[in-house]
Ligand binder design. Sequence first.
Ligand code: OGA
Ligand code: NI
Length: 313
Amino acid sequence: MTDSNTDIAVVSLAQPLESIADEIGRSFQEYGFAVIRDHGIPQELIDRAEELSKEFFALPEDVKKAYHIPGGGGARGYTPFGTEKAKDANVHDLKEFWHVGRELPEGHPLAEFMADNVWPDEIDGFRKTFSELYSAFETAGGKVLEAIAIHLGLPRDFFAATVEDGNSVMRLLRYPPLEGEEAEGAIRAAAHGDINTITLLLGAEEAGLELLTKQDEWKAVEVPEGALVINVGDMLDRLTNGKLRSTTHRVVNPRGEAAYRARYSMPFFLHFRPDYVIETLPSCIDPENPTDHPEPISSHEFLLQRLREINLA
Ligand code: OGA
Ligand code: NI
């Protein structure tokens, strides 16, 4: 048994948000992570998405590479194995991925910030399924943000306008089976913080995800079947003056049998609108915690700064 008052929170999103807000908040303050059950994303949709993700990654390398957009920073379409590198890492992550972004109507004022999606012709139903999943993630993320607002003493709908038409990105990830010839020190995902507001992660039941505690120890994140893992990103950390922590995390290489299996996961990086200006919340500043970042920064500029650091811009 774990002590529910001190470990990573596991809460049901079907409860009234007022009753879970502080439990989520406590977990974000201590770990930067919380686990959500009853998140409202239909299991049938998750299963369908996982199936299609596997189908895509099983395509021949040259077919997948046709969906790599040179100079696009991996923002959309396919990013091959051996491309992304965590900030300060010397070796590449052991992963390949596909990114789906927001679809905006023609002529939308924020269109300049969001590249068009590409879709693989080879996989039937890909666009439909992942468009559905993108919306389902947004709905679940909106509820989590309401709980966060309640916890912070803000109006419950505070975040709605900050994320409306934001450039959230859904990532389909595949970590291939290990071959024993990986570069020294290379792991599935090297230690990093997420850049965005909050991340919603599906498919982390397969072991490997670890977070770095305040005591500087790696702690495995245990995920019940079908649950959603939520973590705080750098933008929310900055907005809350570090009260809600963007925690360093990683995906380690499995030992034993699991090393011969690929691992698939699907994070949804929920972003603020590109033109939302992140300025420390006054309620998160007090004499003991003066603001670390007096200058406001637009969410778009913040993102660009970080992408340059990880080789994607
Ligand atoms: C990420 C990430 C975790 C996972 O893509 O930023 O932390 O379990 N993924 O794949
Ligand atoms: Ni991450």
